[in-house]
Write a protein that binds this ligand. Structure first.
Ligand SMILES: Cc1cc2nc3c(=O)[nH]c(=O)nc-3n(C[C@H](O)[C@H](O)[C@H](O)COP(=O)(O)O)c2cc1C
Length: 150
């Protein structure tokens, strides 16, 4: 049986703090198991005046993933969502995580030039329109392997 997945990026709202991230993860870990959703949430701190960016992968049954995505996209804690990839896979990428948070540190992001530019409109244009969108799942997995888990 295949599993549906969705990957998006968004910009964190002003006022996002560690407490905000902790609240989001707590709600996710509370809600996702019942909906049989797994995935990862990556937070990349912004440069200059940018607050930061999110990149999240949700995976599970199609209706469950799409319903959760709708709820998440209505959340005022972020904006400018762009879906990079959605589709079906044979197996889950992150079967063990109801939702795991990774926070990218500056040095780690430097090793991933694509992610370092997550907050640039340029990045969104590039990934949303270009061949990069196809690579977003791989990119998330590479980053997952490289960066420490919180
Ligand atoms: C970037 C981001 C990612 C989120 N991811 C999830 C998630 O995976 N699962 C979830 O239930 N809520 C997630 N949320 C929170 C939802 O938008 C919403 O606040 C929450 O599901 C409401 O749950 P509650 O009714 O139990 O409070 C996320 C929010 C943001 C801003």
């Amino acid at each position: 049986m295949s599993v549906h997945y969705l990957v998006y990026v968004s910009q964190a709202a002003r006022g996002t703090t560690d407490a905000t991230l902790a609240e989001i993860i707590a709600a996710s870990q509370h809600n996702n198991p019942a909906a049989e959703i797994t995935g990862v949430l990556l937070f990349v701190p912004g440069r200059d005046s940018q607050v930061g960016s999110f990149m999240q992968m949700l995976e599970g049954e199609t209706a469950a993933v799409e319903a959760l995505c709708k709820r998440i996209f209505a959340d005022p804690r972020h904006h400018t969502m762009v879906v990079l990839a959605r589709g079906d896979r044979e197996t889950r990428c992150f079967p063990d995580w109801a939702m795991a948070l990774k926070r990218a540190a500056r040095g780690e992001v430097d090793d991933h030039p694509v992610l370092a530019n997550l907050a640039d409109t340029d990045f969104v244009d590039r990934l949303a329109c270009g061949p990069g969108a196809r690579d977003s799942v791989q990119l998330l997995r590479d980053f997952w392997d490289a960066a420490p888990l919180e």
